[in-house]
Design a protein. Sequence first.
Lengths: 314, 314
Amino acid sequence: MKLLNLSQIEDIVTAASKEELIQCIESAFIALSDGSATVPPVGHLGFTDPPGDVHIKYGFIKGNPYYVIKIASGFYQNQLQGLPNNNGMMLVFNAKTGESECMLQDEGYLTELRTALAGAVVSKHLAPKVIKAIGIIGTGIQARMQLELLSWVTDCKTVYAYGRSSEKLAQFCEEMIEKGFDVNSCDSSAEVAQSCNLIVTTTASQEALLSAEDINPGTHITAMGADAPGKRELSSDLLAKADLIACDSKEQCIDHGEVYHALKDGLIEESSLVEIGELISKSVDRSPDAITVADLTGIATQDIMIASFVLAHR
Amino acid sequence: MKLLNLSQIEDIVTAASKEELIQCIESAFIALSDGSATVPPVGHLGFTDPPGDVHIKYGFIKGNPYYVIKIASGFYQNQLQGLPNNNGMMLVFNAKTGESECMLQDEGYLTELRTALAGAVVSKHLAPKVIKAIGIIGTGIQARMQLELLSWVTDCKTVYAYGRSSEKLAQFCEEMIEKGFDVNSCDSSAEVAQSCNLIVTTTASQEALLSAEDINPGTHITAMGADAPGKRELSSDLLAKADLIACDSKEQCIDHGEVYHALKDGLIEESSLVEIGELISKSVDRSPDAITVADLTGIATQDIMIASFVLAHR
């Protein structure tokens, strides 16, 4: 079996064109929505001593030469031993013969990449035509990657950022200024929202960070955080106020996305939800005052497509 | 990640003692029955063009240093291209940190081995004390391995064998005679059963090959074949006649083992089933005329234990 390590995978991604990468994840959204993807329920192993979680995500897309099995683990006490908490790899197999094609020892990089690309794809199709300023809520790796990849779909470099830790926020601002963004540090999520008509939330929050009253008309919000039950970033009244709620996967968003909370509170209807894969194939007409929300939980077709992309470009 | 290929794995197994290997699979049965194993439902991907199946089996045993993910595929038209139909690997991870420890590229060998060891373990604990003759129904790789590993637990070398293809049967007999067995070729399953008080069925049959009337008092039968819905080797009346029905996993046997058919026909009761893991810890007293049946569907703890064994002995 061939192996590609993180540095080899990064080289392949760096050499690829932005358009190809964007298109790769557009295809992932479409495959989930048009029925061409087979994505069984995620496998899970839960450990208690020490605590840890292993997730096995797998599936294939009709017509794609590969099937992919992603194994991701989080053992939360690893850092006490100086080890990374998270581990990950993707195994790529030939979908016609079952033969193993490649092991991508990406250490979780491809998951970060496909997640950031998903944010860029959503902004490309749903954000206002003219972005006045980008709001980033969250200061982690994914916050950095979201902002960097947004520059593939918008020329706007004006950024307002907020994070709970003022230290991490300062570091985030400094780093992103070095990368050419004009970053303003804010004292609250609401302050971010005052100045921005494209907002990305990318935190591990379990409480709403933005409410209906925070958001100006004509704003798009992409919420990346709610990838598991218990997490949320947007209040139910914000979803109720939205003119459009776009899900990466209706099934997953209903189960544990932002949408889950708003449905439970009885403030939105399942019938109003649309999938991003459906929106990509037609152009979305936003009225100037529309508020739109994208609820991203992370979908296995993104893993399949990004892994296939790496293999096709190696 | 470290890799072990088939030949390296075979060397490790060959160097190990028979007692250790038998004990390894005894522990697998016990772990399944005493609640120390966590074995989620098997993951499955089904392909149609060309037809193929991928199974992902995974789990861990409390106190074991590893968790194991086994990926096994069968693409049934591979042979037309001169490729093996079946592929398999086991991935071994550290159960305390999630770090990948080793990839066992065993090409399915460890599954054959743990299956044959399971047969030997069952005979050690359930077969009559004095084996007059061993019956083997089936002529494939697993039939060969079952017979070879039975010699680890009994001195009997007298064998009666039957298989549907007379050509494959002749080849089986010839090979096993070379290995020191006294093998008699039979014209039917019933003819095998006439002479033997230990019978192993190891076929892909979808119909019963042995009925109650074929079996002499004082016989043990191990049925290996029913590892998926639709398969069976023993008639329901044979299970009804048995004094003991031992399952590797009650849950799996009820779902798709020999037991499934006899339950469906209303000829046995769920309450009469026992698990092999429960029997191993106590000694089983067979009356001289007892008929006993073991229904083996294959259990993930065997994969976990055999993979852990290879890692511990590398």
